[in-house]
Design a binder for this molecule. Structure first.
Ligand code: SUD
Ligand code: ADP
Length: 285
């Protein structure tokens, strides 16, 4: 008999609280230093075991082929490692904008790895899952490990940062899709920021080295930064396009969100140092 209950698991967004590019590797990728924090806001996935080896996903994401979807790519990795036929039905409630720098695709992949590892009784460690995740995207390991972290390398060398404050954020999402490869290959990109230590990152923060180039190539991002800066210091996350400001309370963030021009896509969410995915899978209350 197949178990027909659905396992419901969040796939939260992340913010890059700072993002320094410290060098370029021989393979063309860039070494980074970044502070990742999760948001208590994001996609939601539901999983149900099948008694055959099929994978289904509904609804599909417009413009993303089934086998290209990071959810399916993550599940396929685990199917290869399972020593028996395993399958699952997966449902996706896609909330996060794609290509917004909020890590939605990476988070979906990480949630899939964590949930199916449990449902299929694979007993892979978090470290093993993070290594699989890294082959899907540089941001996947932090979602697997589930702790806010200072990240180095391309984002896979993680030092947890439980001491980060957990403010409320107003996140505004200009309706442009930033091409990450285009930003990293831009000749004007700052790619030689001196490395700092974690203590400096925590005490002084840092900037986002991609922000100037993205604002130049996508004026909507610069305009949104200017708009939010009128209320509270604003920064871009990842390679954009979303930008955010932090506030001491939800009410303050909401008041500012209500002053954004009509039609602006924005949301208010709490920064959290433990991933909501881990709270559901490993720390149920
Ligand atoms: C820079 C970050 C910070 O969180 O940006 P966001 O994706 O979140 O916006 C991520 O690490 C992004 O990681 P990931 O999502 O895996 O990057 P991809 O889209 O695969 O990268 C597209 C291209 O950008 C370049 N790239 C990416 C990451 C990196 N550390 N160095 C690079 O040079 C490479 O040319 C790569 O082929
Ligand atoms: N499940 C998924 N959710 C979002 N994007 C996906 C997914 N699977 C594949 N992708 C692809 O990954 C790209 C990056 O998506 P996303 O992670 O949301 O952006 P970012 O890395 O800027 O935060 C998308 O443009 C899309 O083509």
């Amino acid at each position: 008999m197949t178990d027909t209950t659905w396992l419901v698991v969040p796939a939260p967004a992340k913010l890059n609280l700072m993002l320094h590019i410290t060098g370029r590797r021989a393979d063309g990728y860039h070494n980074l230093q970044t502070l990742f924090q999760f948001l208590d806001y994001g996609d939601e996935l539901r999983f149900r075991i099948r008694n055959d080896s099929e994978l289904t996903l509904s609804p599909s994401i417009e413009g993303v082929e089934f086998e290209d979807n990071l959810i399916i790519r993550a599940a396929r990795h685990l199917q290869k490692l399972a020593k028996r036929n395993v399958g699952a039905d997966i449902q996706l409630d896609k909330i996060l904008p794609m290509g917004g720098g909020l890590g939605g695709g990476s988070s979906d992949a990480a949630t899939t790895l964590l949930a199916l590892n449990q449902l299929w009784d694979l007993n892979l460690s978090l470290e093993e899952l993070a290594a699989i995740g890294l082959s899907l995207g540089a941001d996947v390991p932090v979602f697997i490990m589930g702790e806010a972290a200072f990240a180095e390398g391309v984002g896979e060398v993680l030092t947890p940062t439980p001491e980060l404050a957990e403010p409320w954020y107003l996140v505004a999402c200009p309706q442009v899709h930033v091409n990450t490869a285009k930003i990293f290959s831009h000749k004007g990109l700052t790619r030689n920021t001196p490395a700092i230590n974690i203590r400096t990152a925590l005490e002084q923060g840092g900037r986002n080295d991609c922000q100037a180039i993205v604002s130049m190539l996508y004026p909507e991002v610069g305009n949104t930064l200017n708009l939010l800066n009128k209320f509270s210091f604003a920064k871009m996350t990842g390679t954009g396009a979303c930008v955010y400001s932090s506030f001491g309370s939800e009410a303050e963030a909401i008041i500012v969100s209500e002053q954004l021009p009509a039609g602006y896509k924005a949301f208010v969410a709490k920064g959290v140092n433990i991933s909501p995915t881990h709270r559901v899978l490993f720390r149920p209350s």
